[in-house]
Design a protein around this ligand. Structure first.
Ligand code: BTN
Length: 242
C-alpha cells in the first residue's frame, strides 16, 4: 500500500507508473489524501475534500478474463465495496448500475475502471474508487452526494475501511478467478438499485417509465417498457429520480 499526500489522480498516477517504470505486483493499492484532478466517469471531475474521504486505485491483472467478460470485473469491484460497507450502512446501500454505490437515492461513491487490453485479454486493470466518508459539505456542482458521516453522524477511520474494502474485493475477485461467475452475477443483481421497481428513465428520445429486469452478461441494462425488453449501454440511459 502506497499513500500519497497529493496527486492529480491515483488512476493516472498508477497508469503512469506502470508505463514508465518497473512492473508493480497485482494488488498494489495507491491511496491519496487529496487529488487535484480526480476523474470520474464520462469526463466528469471527482470531488473530494483533502483527508476526508477514500480516493484510491487498485492494480489487478485479470489475464484470465476475456475482454467480452470485462463487466464481471465491474461486478466484482462494486460487490467488494458494497459488502464492506453494508454492515455499517444496512439495506439502503445498493449498487446503481453500472457501478455507483448508492445509499437510498444518493451517491456515496463511484468506480472508474481503466483496462489495458492486449488482444482479447485484459492485461492490467486500474481500478479507481472514490467514496464519500467524512465529508460534510459538498460543492453545488456535485450531483446528489451523500457521505457515511452524513448518514451515521460519526467519523470513520479511512484505513480500516480501506482494508475492509480491499479484502472484500479480493474475495469476490478470487471467486471470479475460480470460475464462480454465476455466483458473482447473481450477487451483483441482488444488490441492484431499482431492480424490479417501476421507475422513470431518460434517453435521447425522451423519458419513459419502466422496470429494470436484469443485466446481461456483457453489462447491458435490460429495462421492461410496456412488456418490451430494451437493452441499454451506459451512455444511452439516465435514471430520473423525479
Ligand atoms: C464516478 O464518476 O462515479 C467514478 C469516480 C471515481 C473516483 C476515483 S477517486 C480515485 C480514483 N482516481 C481518480 O481520478 N478517480 C478514481
Amino acid at each position: 500500500m502506497i499513500t500519497i499526500k497529493e496527486v492529480d489522480s491515483t488512476n493516472t498516477f498508477l497508469k503512469n507508473t506502470l508505463s514508465n517504470s518497473k512492473p508493480l505486483p497485482e494488488g498494489t493499492v495507491i491511496m491519496a489524501e487529496s487529488q487535484f484532478a480526480g476523474r470520474g466517469q464520462q469526463q466528469n471531475k471527482w470531488n473530494s475534500e483533502a483527508g476526508k474521504n477514500l480516493t484510491f486505485s487498485v492494480l489487478l491483472n485479470p489475464t484470465f478474463l476475456a475482454v467480452s467478460n470485462q463487466f464481471d470485473l465491474t461486478r466484482v469491484v462494486s460487490l467488494g465495496v458494497h459488502s464492506a460497507l453494508e454492515p455499517l450502512l444496512g439495506g439502503k446501500l445498493k449498487i446503481k448500475w453500472p457501478n455507483d454505490i448508492y445509499y437510498a437515492d444518493k451517491k456515496l461513491g463511484g468506480i472508474l475502471i481503466e483496462n489495458l487490453v492486449q488482444g482479447s485479454q485484459i492485461k492490467q486493470s486500474v481500478i479507481g474508487i472514490g467514496l464519500n466518508i467524512n465529508q460534510e459539505i459538498f460543492p453545488d456542482w456535485v450531483p446528489n452526494p451523500v457521505s457515511v458521516k452524513q448518514i451515521l453522524q460519526q467519523d470513520y477511520d479511512l484505513r480500516t475501511l480501506l482494508s475492509e474494502i480491499c479484502s472484500h474485493i479480493e474475495s469476490y475477485y478470487l471467486n471470479l478467478k475460480a470460475g464462480k461467475v454465476d455466483f458473482v452475477r447473481k450477487s451483483y443483481l441482488s444488490r441492484l438499485y431499482w431492480l424490479n421497481e417501476v421507475k422513470n428513465f431518460k434517453t435521447v428520445d425522451g423519458s419513459f417509465s419502466g422496470t429494470i429486469k436484469t443485466v446481461r452478461d456483457n453489462g447491458l441494462l435490460v429495462i421492461n417498457n410496456n412488456g418490451v425488453e430494451i437493452e441499454f449501454s451506459f451512455k444511452e440511459i439516465q435514471f430520473l429520480n423525479k
